[in-house]
Ligand binder design. Structure first.
Ligand code: ZN
Length: 329
């Protein structure tokens, strides 16, 4: 059902493969005489399909920019390219754009839209010769800048309607309440750490924020309004003010500090404050209802959540499939 709709829209979903015939991550979209790869690893000369471009939605490692960034055919926002270079210590070889720009890829006009998931995270939209409006979102936090589409490619990180942990709201008030001196937050260096800095600054915390080296470098180069930051070079001293480090490094900080983890998970030793880079399942379903696609493909992450979201969307009248349900080539 979805397969024939996708076909009627003038599209084919293909999986890039290696010469050993194993699937590369995520997908590529074939339309007219183009192939656009999405969040996958770069191919080599003897791989069967060579895409026109590698679209990189953002710099989280499960979206494979680490590999795609080595191709001159990779395309991402300036911030994503910078984040990839800092995270992986190599030079980004592809093209960049300013979020919101329209770029041309081999004669196709591609618009870019912020998804508010990480700094630099972008969705891509374009039209094929059939007049089908295609939208590829990557991971989502806020859909207010996305255009309506006919074919939607999106994620389901928290997409299981039957799982209670897929329903949440950010506890910004809870975080604001505990911001202060001698307080440490565990947050992933890319994404969550910058969200925490931004919430702290908006809450009126203008003093120094100490961060581990990776968080410090990413925040300093990607946020224009991060305020005073201090890089933690060694853990044996005390740290004044507010501290942000990777969750697994909280134990290295003095026992006298108050410690929290910014997470939706409940399996950390330290108390959790729910701050997420993602939409919950209510947000994801609302997004699909707003964008009104004729067909939806859930391409990320691995596991059962894409199928659960697709099943729910089918039930409420939005033809959908998970990537794992689509036959390769
Ligand atoms: Zn992500």
């Amino acid at each position: 059902m979805v397969h024939s709709t996708i076909h009627d829209l003038g599209l084919e979903v293909v999986r890039l493969t290696t010469i050993r015939n194993t699937n590369r991550p995520h997908l590529a979209l074939s339309f007219d005489d183009h192939v656009f790869a999405v969040d996958t690893t770069r191919t080599f000369g003897n791989d069967p399909i060579q895409p026109d471009a590698y679209l990189i939605t953002h710099a989280h490692s499960d979206h494979h920019g680490r590999s795609a960034m080595m191709s001159t055919k990779s395309i991402c926002s300036k911030e994503t390219a910078r984040a990839l270079e800092i995270r992986f210590g190599r030079k980004y070889k592809g093209r960049t754009f300013c979020t919101g720009d329209t770029i041309e890829i081999n004669g196709v006009e591609v618009a870019t839209h912020p998804t508010h998931h990480t700094i630099g995270s972008c969705a891509f939209s374009w039209e094929n010769d059939n007049g089908t409006r295609i939208l590829v979102t990557g991971d989502m936090k806020d859909d207010s800048d996305l255009p309506e589409c006919d074919f939607l490619v999106t994620e389901a990180n928290y997409g299981d309607p039957s799982d209670i942990s897929c329903y949440f709201e950010d506890d910004i008030a809870g975080l604001e309440q505990v911001i202060g001196d001698n307080v440490a937050f565990g947050a992933y260096a890319f994404g969550k750490a910058q969200r925490a800095v931004s919430i702290a600054r908006n809450a009126g915390w203008h003093d120094e924020i100490s961060m581990d080296s990776m968080g410090y470098n990413l925040t300093k180069s990607l946020m224009t309004d991060c305020g005073p930051l201090n890089e933690i070079l060694e853990y044996n001293g005390g740290h004044e003010g507010m501290v942000i480090v990777a969750p697994w490094d909280l134990g290295k900080l003095p026992g006298s500090m108050k410690k929290y983890v910014l997470t939706g998970r409940r399996d950390y030793y330290y108390p959790a404050i729910h701050i997420s880079d993602h939409m919950d399942v209510t947000g994801l379903v609302h997004m699909v209802l707003t964008l009104q696609p004729e067909a939806t493909l859930i391409y990320h992450p691995d596991g059962h959540r894409p199928q659960r979201l697709a099943a729910h969307l089918n039930k409420i009248g939005y033809p959908s499939a998970a990537l794992s349900e689509i036959q390769s080539n």
